[in-house]
Structures are given as structure tokens and as C-alpha cells.
Design a protein around this ligand. Structure first.
Ligand code: GUN
Length: 295
């Protein structure tokens, strides 16, 4: 039997409708537009395409949006001063610095400089700490999107065996921490696997929900998946160009083979990707409401 395809495109579009109507309410009742600043340093093609998509979505939702394009050789000091300026700008509620940053800039120093109240990426240690103790305010966008996809597809998370492949600060660690919390849409038994894991498939084969953020095409093959598992593929691997000149993408999961074994699976593209951007918008909306004490 072939798996149900979990469409991130469709779920993201539902959530965007919810954000849009809430944004209209803020505008109408309080004269506020959620304000998002995106900063990009240099012109890494993947980063440019992500930031362009974030700005486009922000505008479509009626947000106030500002983009700072800084040259590749920008100093750390200059970037910190730009962040400081927007930390104090009341029209900006969310600040996102696209990663990775050029070598001369210390990434952590930059992330720590963002006001935690405006940290819509959820990368500041204050927000990471809040998540850890079950008091999360801004969840990192990709993990937040994954959790919403599971919830909105009716996947039972409570008590499930979740196996996460990958331990990055952006995906693996935060999704593990979110799903292990004693909370709704969580309360799972979570195993985190990584490059130091011995016998990866002995873990993945136990998963009711398998979340793959390994950064390697076909890292997960059908023999590594339990019959009926739910498989979330976070991989975005560029494997050439389409005839229209767009990047051709594949995930970390051998989709064609695994879909014959799983009960549900996310495609690439059209899976986790559209969710990530949408959750950034939801975090920005949250930040605007927080800044103005609106419930
Ligand atoms: N680079 C890759 N993913 C992300 C993300 O979620 N946020 C930021 N700021 N940079 C990224």
C-alpha cells in the first residue's frame, strides 16, 4: 500500500489563512502590522532564495517587511550595529539573520545580539532555554512546522516512538526537545541519532514517527523503516537544475521506495519547506501581539 502524502503546501496554506485574518484584526482594531526584518550577508544562492521567499510571504500576509542586504565582506561590528538599530525599532517585531554567515562573523555572537523578544527564529539561548523547560515562546520554525504537520494530519504523537536523525541546533535538537515535553502534541519517547550513532537502522526501524534531518540524499532507505511508520523528510539537497533554471531538490529519504512501506510521508519539495516559512510568519505575528500586549 502506498503512503498518504502529507502536503506541507496545503497545511501551510491553511495556517497562512489563519495568520492573514489575525493580521487583518490587528490592523483593524489596533492599527498594527506585524513587522519582519530579514538580514542577508553575501549572496549564497540558497540563502537568497530562502530570504526572497520569506519576504514575499510576509508581503502577501500584509506584514510590514524590511530587507537588509549586506555585502559578503561586512564586518561583525557592522552587522551588530544593524541588529542594534532594529532591536530598538518599534515597527520591527521580528528579526531574522539568514544563516550561514561569512567566516569573519561569529554566528553565535550575532544570534545572541538579537533581542530575545524579537527572535522569531527561536535561536537565542533565552528562547532555547525556555523551550527546554517547557515554557517555549518562539519555537524554531522548521521544528514548529514539523509538529504542526503531525498534529494537523492527525498523527498520534502522545506515547509514540519518535526517532530523529540529525542533531543540529536548527532542527534535530529542538524538534527532539519539543516532542519530549509533557504537553499536547508531544509526550513522545524520543531517540536522537547522529553521525556517532552505532547501527542507525536498529533505531530507525523502531520508529512510529521518523524525522530525518541528516543532510544526505537517500540517507534513509526502505529497509530502515518500520511498516506503517510516519516519515518526515527535512532534507533539502540540490541535485542539479530543472530546464526552467530552478534548483532541483531531493530529500534525505528514498521517497519512492519508502512510500510503499510508510503509512504517511512528506514529499520534497512541498513537504516541510513551505511549513518553515509559514511558521516564521506565525512567530512574527506572535511577536507583534506580544510587543503590544494583545491576546
Ligand atoms: N538557514 C537555514 N535554515 C535557517 C533558518 O531556519 N533560519 C535562519 N535564520 N537561517 C537558516
Amino acid at each position: 500500500m502506498s503512503a498518504k502524502i502529507i502536503s506541507g503546501t496545503e497545511i501551510a496554506s491553511q495556517i497562512r489563512e489563519e495568520i492573514k485574518s489575525e493580521t487583518e484584526r490587528l490592523n483593524r482594531d489596533y492599527g498594527i502590522s506585524p513587522g519582519l526584518l530579514t538580514i542577508i550577508v553575501g549572496n549564497n544562492p540558497a540563502s537568497v532564495s530562502y530570504v526572497t521567499a520569506k519576504q514575499k510571504t510576509a508581503k502577501e500576509l500584509g506584514f510590514y517587511s524590511v530587507q537588509e542586504d549586506l555585502p559578503e565582506d561586512t564586518s561583525e561590528e557592522t552587522l551588530l550595529s544593524v541588529i542594534d538599530r532594529y532591536n530598538r525599532d518599534p515597527k520591527i517585531h521580528g528579526i531574522l539573520v539568514q544563516l550561514p554567515l561569512p567566516k569573519q562573523i561569529n554566528e553565535n555572537k550575532v544570534l545572541y545580539a538579537i533581542d530575545p523578544d524579537k527572535d522569531v527564529d527561536g535561536f537565542h539561548p533565552v528562547n532555547v532555554g525556555r523551550l527546554m523547560i517547557g515554557e517555549g515562546r518562539y519555537y524554531p520554525c522548521t521544528p514548529y512546522g514539523i509538529q504542526q504537520m503531525l498534529i494537523r494530519s492527525g498523527v498520534e504523537i502522545d506515547g509514540a516512538e519518535v526517532v530523529v536523525v540529525g542533531r543540529s541546533n536548527i532542527v534535530g535538537k529542538p524538534i527532539s526537545m519539543m516532542l519530549v515535553q509533557k504537553a499536547k502534541g508531544a509526550n513522545a519517547t524520543v531517540t536522537m541519532c547522529h553521525t556517532g550513532t552505532k547501527n542507525l537502522s536498529s533505531h530507525t526501524k523502531r520508529a512510529d514517527i521518523l524525522i530525518v534531518a541528516a543532510g544526505r540524499p537517500k540517507a534513509i532507505t526502505a529497509d530502515m523503516v518500520k511498516e506503517g511508520a510516519v516519515v518526515i523528510d527535512v532534507g533539502v539537497n540540490r541535485i542539479g537544475m530543472t530546464p526552467e533554471g530552478k534548483a532541483k531538490l531531493c530529500g534525505d529519504v528514498d521517497f519512492d521506495a519508502v512510500k510503499e512501506k510508510a503509512s504517511a510521508i512528506t514529499p520534497v519539495p512541498g513537504g516541510v519547506g513551505p511549513m518553515t516559512i509559514t511558521m516564521l510568519m506565525l512567530n512574527t505575528l506572535k511577536a507583534a501581539k506580544f510587543a503590544h500586549n494583545i491576546t
